[in-house]
Design a protein. Structure first.
Length: 191
């Protein structure tokens, strides 16, 4: 079979890397959109004046909890729709790094909202009334106020936020590397 060499990557002529399915693409881009809301809003809340904070909390917490729902649905979907394998010309080491970044992101997209949710309960601000989920859905209060526990959970939530940011940077660097340097069409699998 004829081969073409692009930026050092040899791919069979006319071949395109196997693509993700439509469902996987929707889950991916909805997650990107929700993270683009939850992450920056989370980082700026502490700088917002008290009179305007509630709306920022509602946006952050609602986007964050929706990320949890989407991540769980996405995992369930993935069990029935395994992702296409990476093209064989991607070196083993890179495949391992990509898998580690993806798995860590999945884990954090589930853990981080749970930490945030339990922290708000422990602070004594459950998602009810003014802070209801999406502004109108009261969620159950799962514990009494416990500021000691809340402080620990909040610290873990801050660490989780930074960890997600670092993983996202690595993820985007990976995409840029494949697209601009190796030119192996990996990005096209997800669009
Ligand atoms: C994937 C989802 C989420 C991400 C990526 C995320 C990220 C963040 C980040 C980066 C911060 C700032 C940390 C800091 O600078 O100290 C933050 C703060 C916070 N998050 Fe989240 N979060 C998520 C979900 C949630 C959820 C579901 C809740 C609650 C239901 C929540 C509640 C809070 C609270 C109360 C703060 C403290 C804000 C403040 O007063 O400074 N988060 N979050």
């Amino acid at each position: 079979m004829a081969e073409v060499a692009e930026a050092g990557v040899r791919m069979p002529a006319g071949s395109a890397p196997a693509s993700y399915g439509t469902g996987a693409k929707w889950f991916h881009w909805i997650t990107v959109l929700l993270l683009a809301i939850a992450l920056p809003v989370g980082f700026v809340i502490q700088h917002i004046k008290d009179d305007h904070k509630t709306i920022f909390y509602t946006i952050h917490e609602s986007a964050g909890l929706t990320i949890l729902l989407v991540a769980l649905a996405r995992l369930a979907w993935r069990l029935r729709h395994p992702p296409p394998p990476l093209p064989p010309h991607v070196p083993r080491a890179l495949q391992r790094v990509a898998a580690a970044v993806h798995h860590s992101l999945y884990a954090l997209l589930i853990l981080q909202p749970i930490l945030g949710f339990v922290a708000t309960n422990a602070w004594g601000f459950p998602l009810r009334g003014d802070s209801a989920y999406l502004g109108f859905i009261d969620l159950p209060q799962i514990m009494e106020k416990n500021e000691g526990l809340a402080g620990v959970l909040q610290t873990l939530h801050t660490i989780g936020g930074w960890a997600i940011l670092v993983l996202l940077v690595l993820h985007v660097c990976g995409v840029v590397f494949h697209q601009a340097i190796r030119r192996d069409g990996t990005l096209l699998r997800m669009v």
